[in-house]
Design a protein around this ligand. Structure first.
Ligand code: SF4
Length: 325
């Protein structure tokens, strides 16, 4: 494969990639904190509708292990979360801005009147500037899309979709539960109603090499999406993937150096306009089986930044996508 080499040497603040932090500071003037909210949802991949076991890597928290308790109202969850970051906030309350993030399980998988209630409660909170909703592409029916379009007229709405990989054999192993065309169609429908889409991709999936990962990234790059989360595969206790690992069926996981190389290559392939929401994992340390080096998030981030400088590289350097904007 040959790549176009771009001469622009882009910088976004002190980073060589278009980080979410940078983007938020450009728009809102200061840091915008993400508040993880729990709408008490389930997932069709867990409740027996598609499967009862969930994705092979998914822990009990439904990939939302840091989210708040669903027993509390959305307003109370927001106020609790604000207290947690109170020490980091500026003295001027006008600077306090938050992304309300519905993280745990599948957050458009519920009765419409309930979705309406929790999303309006979140978006109408005066300190919330963006509503971000993690869900599955097969849980975005017309009624949900109508609701999202209405919410998007109040404040920006982001939808986060866990694609993980474009490779169907890996997707089947993961028990993702939907084929690629379902994802593709959801992205285009969301784009047609003006919703920003953030795509999650997992690096280090069993059976996938760097070329496979870059094929996923090149596909993502061609879509009309606004953000990407690059996530190392975390093998967690209590998951089926964890069991496979403990029983010796996953002999190898990515080393730190391999992960750095994968992430930087992904960034080089991603177009400059795509906002990078994450370049490390963020799993619960108490459940982590492997790779153990990933628990030192600061070290991983520093090493990515340092290596990008040493290689004199940047996001979009090898972007050959013909992306739809
Ligand atoms: S779709 Fe999300 S919440 Fe559902 S099983 Fe998979 S990772 Fe877990």
């Amino acid at each position: 494969m040959s790549y176009v080499f771009r001469e622009s040497r882009m910088q976004w603040g002190d980073r060589r990639y278009h980080s979410l932090d940078y983007e938020m500071k450009q728009i809102y003037g200061n840091k915008v904190y993400k508040i993880s909210l729990n709408g008490g949802m389930s997932c069709p991949n867990r409740d027996g509708t598609l499967d009862s076991r969930g994705c092979i890597f998914c822990s009990e928290g439904g990939s939302g292990d840091f989210a708040s308790s669903s027993c509390k109202t959305i307003n109370d969850q927001i106020e609790d979360a604000k207290l947690l970051v109170a020490g980091k906030l500026s003295k001027d309350p006008n600077d306090h801005k938050f992304i309300a993030y519905f993280q745990a399980y599948t957050n458009t998988y519920g009765p419409m009147d309930y979705l309406h209630k929790i999303f309006y409660e979140a978006i109408n909170h005066p300190d919330v500037v963006i509503l971000s909703i993690a869900t599955r592409p097969d849980c975005l029916g017309d009624d949900v899309l109508d609701l999202l379009a209405k919410l998007n007229r109040i404040k920006p709405v982001w939808i986060e979709l866990g694609l993980q990989t474009i490779h169907e054999d890996t997707a089947r192993y993961l028990r993702r539960g939907y084929p690629l065309p379902v994802f593709d169609s959801a992205v285009h429908k969301l784009h047609s109603i003006g919703i920003s889409v953030i795509v999650h991709a997992i690096l280090g999936l069993p059976g996938e090499n760097k070329e496979n990962v870059l094929q996923t990234i090149d596909y993502i790059s061609s879509l009309p999406i606004q953000g990407v989360k690059l996530q190392l595969l975390h093998i967690l206790k209590g998951t089926d993937l964890g069991l496979e690992y403990e029983n010796g069926f996953i002999p190898e996981v990515l080393s730190l150096d391999e992960y750095i190389d994968y992430v930087i290559s992904c960034l080089e392939h991603l177009p400059e306009h795509i906002i990078i929401h994450r370049i490390t994992g963020d799993g619960p340390k108490r459940l982590l089986l492997a790779p153990l080096w990933s628990s030192n998030k600061k070290l991983v981030l520093n090493k990515i930044h340092q290596t990008m400088k040493e290689r004199d590289t940047w996001q979009g350097k090898y972007d050959t996508s013909h992306h739809e904007l």
